[in-house]
Design a protein around this ligand. Structure first.
Ligand code: NIG
Ligand code: FE
Length: 404
């Protein structure tokens, strides 16, 4: 069925940003059409332009959207939204002086959430995940990456990947869900080291899941005391043999050559990058890999933010995501994160919006998404407000509404 809308205050097409591959953007690359109109069918955009110029055959269908702003759909390309319990106690411990790393060393952190996730029933995990997806969707987020990774044993990790697939099917018509396999998230205490866990659980499980064709990417927490470069090599070699793309938690708490590994394996994205080296930045600038920054996490952990400006100026493709998880960032509101990031990471407005639309879609390998150009996917966010600036200017306030 065709749909047409006219009189939209601003249509943020991102056309120039798209043609620049999301790199080295200037504010004009937003390619905003004021008083714009758009026509699309169930899947694709057919026409975009000035309201005055809408082809006559579409005019009778058109609904008036004066007082609204239309952008490409917001994409949250990094979440850990399936987990049981919470970590409010650890948060309090951190406020009282303990570090994230110290808490993890004494058996808290990811391993604590693993325990809570394993104690929850699959039905409870499913319904709490639905609640979380609905909440993200209410902010205008239409594509969500969900990582497994709080099961950390063969059976539970299998179930979590299947659960993400179930969520994907349930939300198919409303939210595009991307299923990331992160069994290599932490090493449970009953394994001697990361490589034993990888060999005994992660790799065999990936081999079992691959033929089911439900895994969209593999990911690994490449970090001191978690998984090392040899583990990354093994996992990414196996995933590329299986035809599954990769993503990596890289250079977060320590610089560890994560960005380089990401580029070497053509990863869809390298995420976090709080400690990325100058060499890492240069390498990413020459690669198709998206640098996904998660400023909510640095903010929540009280750590210095990533060097976004250095990456952007070098020509790296930068995305922003929420990293919603129970430990290091218990915030699911990507637009709030973006509002804060804009001033703190010093992004111009095109860089900011590309980071949560076009480049975030790129971080999930979604090719036809992230710009409002004929032929591209008909995926939008609609905001009931005067202009694009009003959305992040009113930080923490939600203007997103469904298309009428
Ligand atoms: O992206 N780094 C690994 N994973 C999460 C933290 C998960 C947790 O603390 O539970 C992150 O920050
Ligand atoms: Fe993460």
């Amino acid at each position: 069925m065709l749909k047409a809308y006219t009189d939209i205050n601003e249509i943020v097409t991102m056309k120039a940003a798209y043609h620049k591959d999301g790199r080295r953007l200037i504010p004009d690359d937003l390619s905003i059409i004021r008083n714009g109109a758009i026509v699309f069918d169930e899947t694709k955009i057919l026409w975009v332009g000035d309201t005055d110029r809408i082809p006559a055959q579409y005019r009778p269908l058109a609904k008036n959207l004066k007082g609204h702003v239309l952008t490409p759909e917001i994409v949250d390309s990094h979440t850990h939204l399936i987990f049981g319990g919470d970590r409010a106690q650890e948060y309090a411990d951190r406020l009282n002086g303990a570090s994230y790393e110290e808490i993890a060393k004494r058996g808290g952190g990811i391993l604590y959430t693993m325990q809570m996730t394993n104690e929850a029933s699959l039905e409870d995990l499913f319904s709490i995940s639905c609640e979380r997806i609905e909440r993200l969707h209410s902010y205008g987020v239409g594509s969500i990456e969900i990582k497994s990774g709080y099961g950390l044993n063969f059976e539970r990790e299998f179930e979590l990947s299947m659960l993400i697939d179930r969520l994907k099917k349930k939300y198919r018509t409303r939210v595009r869900i991307f299923n990331t396999f992160l069994a290599a998230h932490d090493v449970p205490k009953d394994f001697l080291n990361s490589s034993t866990y990888l060999q005994e659980v992660v790799l065999p499980l990936l081999v079992k899941l691959a033929p089911l064709r439900i895994i969209d990417a593999v990911d690994i927490f490449h970090e001191k005391n978690y998984f090392g470069p040899d583990d990354v090599h093994l996992l990414f070699t196996r995933s590329s043999e299986l035809g599954i793309p990769c993503k990596i938690h890289a250079d977060e708490l320590n610089e560890n050559g994560g960005a380089k590994l990401a580029a070497e394996f053509n990863a869809l994205s390298a995420d976090h990058l709080l400690k990325i080296s100058d060499e890492g930045i240069e390498i990413l600038a020459k690669s198709p890999t998206v640098a996904t920054l998660l400023p909510g996490t640095a903010f929540f952990l009280g750590k210095p933010l990533a060097r976004a400006r250095a990456m952007l100026d070098a020509g790296v493709k930068v995305a922003l995501a929420s990293d919603f998880n129970p430990g290091s960032c218990h915030c699911d509101n990507l637009l709030l994160v973006a509002s804060m990031a804009a001033s703190q990471l010093k992004l111009n407005q095109a860089e900011l919006w590309a980071a949560i639309t076009l480049n975030a879609a790129g971080a999930l390998g979604f090719k036809g998404q992230g710009a409002l150009i004929p032929g591209m996917d008909a995926r939008f966010a609609l905001f009931k407000t005067q202009s694009l600036s009003h959305i992040t200017y009113n930080w923490g306030r939600n203007f997103s509404i469904s298309l009428p």
